[in-house]
Design a protein around this ligand. Structure first.
Ligand code: TIU
Length: 231
């Protein structure tokens, strides 16, 4: 076991790179590109795009040392059998989940809009978790994959800060994982929610986890040796 640490708030986070995973949440066209679910909800999706470059830097650094990398996607079966009627009805959207949009059927697995943006596309061997809800643990095999990889710490990127990132971090925290959220790698359609969402994670002695920025994560990871041979 080789301990290292990130400078973070509310205090430095000790971690072992061999038991740490990078979790990239829902960096899908449906949330980051015009014509997707995010826009159908009435949001300006350009607000999320500043997360792409820092996410790329962290992803490259994690891959370089052979860290476990896991991606998630929010979405549903084409027959919508896994979509709660309450979720389908929410927002009274003109074009909602399962309807045809410019990037295919909105938030449906296998459609262009549902997939991860090309800048952060999963590499071979990186698990992709398809989740029907906001939280990454709900009705998925994420916990099993983390257990099988002996993961104790999650470095968290993705969108949106106060929805799928928060739900996932809260679920992970209750399951005993230590979560480090990277402030510039998570994004919200609402600047105020971004600020408060990050505050809520690190308040009260890190009630849900820790917060740092991508520069710190890249610097620390780049100083580490390879965890294992990367094929
Ligand atoms: N609407 C919104 O902010 N987010 C979502 O619906 N899903 C995720 O956060 N991925």
């Amino acid at each position: 076991m080789s301990q290292s640490s990130f400078n973070a708030e509310p205090y430095p986070l000790q971690f072992d790179p061999a038991t740490t995973a990078l979790l990239i949440i829902d960096m899908q066209r449906d949330f980051l590109e015009p014509g997707g679910f995010g826009e159908m909800l009435g949001n300006d999706v350009s607000l999320l795009r500043s997360t792409i470059e820092p996410c790329k830097c962290v992803l490259e650094a994690a891959r370089h040392i052979g860290m476990v990398v896991i991606h998630t996607r929010e979405g549903h079966r084409p027959d919508l059998a896994d979509a709660p009627p309450a979720k389908l009805a929410r927002g009274k959207l003109k074009v909602g989940i399962g309807d045809q949009g410019p990037m295919g059927r909105v938030l449906i697995r296998g459609e262009h809009g549902h997939d991860i943006i090309p800048e952060l596309y999963p590499a071979a061997g990186e698990p992709v978790i398809d989740k029907p809800g906001k939280g990454s643990f709900y009705k998925t095999d994420l916990q099993l994959i983390l257990q099988n990889n002996k993961i104790a710490t999650l470095i968290v990127c993705g969108v949106t800060t106060e929805v799928c990132v928060h739900t996932t971090v809260r679920q992970a925290n209750d399951r005993g994982y230590e979560c480090l959220v990277i402030s510039d790698c998570v994004g919200s359609y609402f600047p105020e929610f971004q600020r408060v969402g990050l505050e809520m994670i690190k308040a009260q002695g890190g009630i849900f986890g820790w917060v740092t920025d991508s520069q710190e994560v890249v610097n620390v990871l780049c100083r580490l040796d390879k965890i294992k041979a990367v094929s």
